[in-house]
Design a protein around this ligand. Structure first.
Ligand SMILES: Nc1ncnc2c1ncn2[C@@H]1O[C@H](COP(=O)(O)OP(=O)(O)OP(=O)(O)O)[C@@H](O)[C@H]1O
Length: 257
């Protein structure tokens, strides 16, 4: 199933936020969205996921979702959005409660999602007993339980310390490795974008327009190898040079607002 941004523009009142943004996320593809602060990245993700109606243009889904997918487009949130009164397994089960599933089918989906995120031994734990990284694993596990075609992620690692980020980055790379699931990944972090994505959509300063769509010139398998670091670093520098001046302007605007 492909996700298409079709000439999307958006305004909040007088503020033009996105201007004619078009691109396609093909089945199984990982696309990162980067750009200066306030250029409309989160707004674009909300529009793609159907949470916000754009002023013009539209997101489109083309093709059938994978067999058994209960929610083809599924969000992973920056602040995890867990139910504090529910255990890990209850949190993961939550989005399945209203699906037409037997208890056995539900249990199988929860088991699989817990296993894929290394949470099997933490099933009876409550979120407040867990570290930030483990909480985000619960958020990811809950997203996996509904068998998404495409994960929509808005800075999913930004609330975490650098070592935890690195561990979760490795989890994302592993979970997305087989191309069975695609993702749209909004981030400020160019290293995360280059390591995870097949293509990187670079937005201009607000109103966000597409400046460039950069294809990462390494396969997913190659990106895991240490020799790839230099090439990924060169790519990060290339993208940074595209947005650096506008990032400075955006920062000044925020400070003077
Ligand atoms: N609900 C809203 N009402 C009014 N303005 C909004 C609303 N949501 C976002 N904005 C404004 O729209 C612009 C784009 O916001 P958005 O969060 O999409 O940008 P971003 O690129 O994700 O930002 P950042 O990089 O800082 O996370 C900003 O100027 C923001 O203040």
């Amino acid at each position: 199933m492909d996700l298409i941004a079709n000439h999307i523009s958006h305004r909040f009142g007088d503020l033009a936020v996105l201007d004619d943004v078009s691109f396609t996320v093909s089945a199984g593809e990982v696309v990162a969205i980067v750009g200066p602060s306030g250029c409309g990245k989160s707004t674009l993700l909300s529009i793609l996921g159907g949470l916000l109606q754009p002023t013009s243009g539209a997101p489109e889904l083309r093709g059938a979702p994978p067999a058994g997918s209960l929610n083809p487009l599924t969000f992973v949130f920056q602040d995890f959005a867990l139910l504090p009164w529910a255990t890990v397994e209850e949190n993961v089960e939550f989005p399945l409660l209203h699906a037409q599933l037997s208890a056995t089918q539900r249990r199988a989906l929860v088991e699989d999602a817990l296993r894929r995120t290394g949470l099997t031994d933490f099933r009876k734990t409550y979120p407040k007993q867990l570290s930030g990284g483990m909480r985000q694993r619960v958020g990811i596990s809950r997203a996996l339980a509904v068998k998404p075609a495409i994960l929509l992620m808005d800075e999913p690692l930004s609330a975490l310390d650098s070592q935890t980020r690195e561990l979760l980055m490795e989890d994302f790379i592993r979970l997305l490795a087989d191309g069975g699931m695609g993702a749209v990944y909004v981030t400020h972090n160019l290293e995360e974008a280059a390591r995870l994505a097949d293509r990187i959509v670079v937005l201009s300063r607000r109103p966000g327009r597409i400046r460039e769509v950069v294809t990462v010139p390494l396969s997913r398998a190659e990106r895991g190898e240490s020799v790839a670091r230099e090439r990924l670093l060169a790519l990060q520098n290339q993208i940074w040079s595209l947005i650096r001046n506008e990032a400075i302007d955006a920062e000044r605007e925020v400070q003077h607002a």
